[in-house]
Ligand binder design. Structure first.
Ligand code: SF4
Length: 330
């Protein structure tokens, strides 16, 4: 087998120079007093102590598969090689992935080694997926970088997508510079009170905005290549919530004015009440057509160049079931 070259993926150069291994070691050391995400729990994950994300030394992979339901530049024709990490550093009351993100005891059986994680990436590449798509990776960045360091000499060469809730630490993101080709961050809220109430995410808007700026500094606007597949850049997701809970107008204006309208924008209408949303009367409906159309109008006014939108009948279409081998199959 031929060793991939830097022309295949930017991270190969980091591997060849030894920089990737250095970063893996640096990140692993930080697990001893964990400050990998803004929660800054300071627990020793290497010794089995658990912080807010209930995740120790080993990665937890709830599911991995080729996924055809992401935005077209991510899924393409051959699917995106999604790796769904178990547990999360947020507690969104309406999380559609709550089976794997918030039931940490059930996730214990999904603990794997970094070697297994490297295997999963290689299997997804063998399936001809366009990319490796790390879903909710914020609390497992050190484990991912170590796995990447093992997968490259075994032939991994496809681009990496970092698919995040954006509650990320800028120091951790800086370690991913030159590794991640496509950043796929959420911009969930404009208002910190709502972020705290519905996701237990204190200071979300500051942390997410800092993180998205760092991603843009690294990867720039969204660039697509042959077949419309994302080659590099930032593609921001914004889920419109009922009753303007997400602060859609402020989120979009900030993104265009303080980052760039060159970022890709995925404006999502798929909100569907699930998990603990039923305890909040304001979250029990779906997004009204008028709310979504108003947001679409603003997207046009702000001049976003690459936008991805959803039909208004989408809320049920995108609901996964992680008890199935392919959670999004239906
Ligand atoms: S990654 Fe987990 S343990 Fe570390 S700071 Fe974040 S929530 Fe806490």
């Amino acid at each position: 087998m031929m060793m991939p070259t830097a022309a295949d993926a930017p991270y190969i150069e980091l591997y060849n120079s030894g920089e990737l291994e250095e970063r893996a070691k640096r990140l692993e050391r930080r697990l001893a007093l964990c400050d990998i995400c803004p929660r800054n729990c300071r627990v020793n994950r290497l010794e089995g102590e658990l912080g807010y994300c209930h995740s120790g030394k080993e990665p937890i992979v709830a599911s991995y598969c080729d996924h055809h339901g992401e935005e077209p530049p991510v899924s393409g024709s051959r699917g995106s090689g999604t790796i769904f990490f178990g547990n999360c550093n947020l507690r969104c009351v309406f999380c559609q992935n709550h089976q794997i993100s918030q039931d940490w005891q059930a996730q214990e059986c999904n603990r794997v080694s970094v070697n297994d994680l490297a295997d999963f990436m290689l299997k997804l590449q063998e399936k001809s997926c366009h990319n490796i798509n790390l879903v909710s990776p914020s609390h497992f960045v050190p484990q991912f970088v170590s796995a990447l360091n093992l997968a490259i000499p075994r032939g991994l060469k496809i681009p990496i997508v970092y698919n995040t809730n954006s509650y990320d630490s800028p120091d951790t993101l800086r370690e991913l510079n030159g590794i991640i080709s496509i950043y796929l961050p959420d911009l969930k809220y404009a208002d910190d009170e709502n972020a705290k109430r519905y996701s237990d995410a204190a200071g979300y808007s500051r942390h997410a905005r800092t993180a998205i700026k760092e991603m843009f500094n690294q990867a720039g606007g969204l660039v697509t290549g042959a077949g419309g597949i994302a080659v590099r850049g930032v593609l921001v997701r914004h889920l419109v919530l009922p009753g303007n809970i997400a602060g859609t107008r402020q989120c979009l204006a900030w993104l265009a004015n303080e980052v760039s309208n060159e970022v890709g924008l995925s404006l999502m209408s798929q909100y569907h009440p699930c998990h603990r949303a039923f305890k909040y009367p304001e979250l029990t409906g779906i997004v009204e057509a008028g709310e979504y159309v108003k947001a679409l109008r603003q997207v046009k006014e702000l001049g976003f160049k690459k936008t991805y939108i959803q039909g208004l009948g989408s809320p049920r279409v995108y609901l996964p079931d992680f008890n199935k081998e392919k959670p999004f199959e239906d």
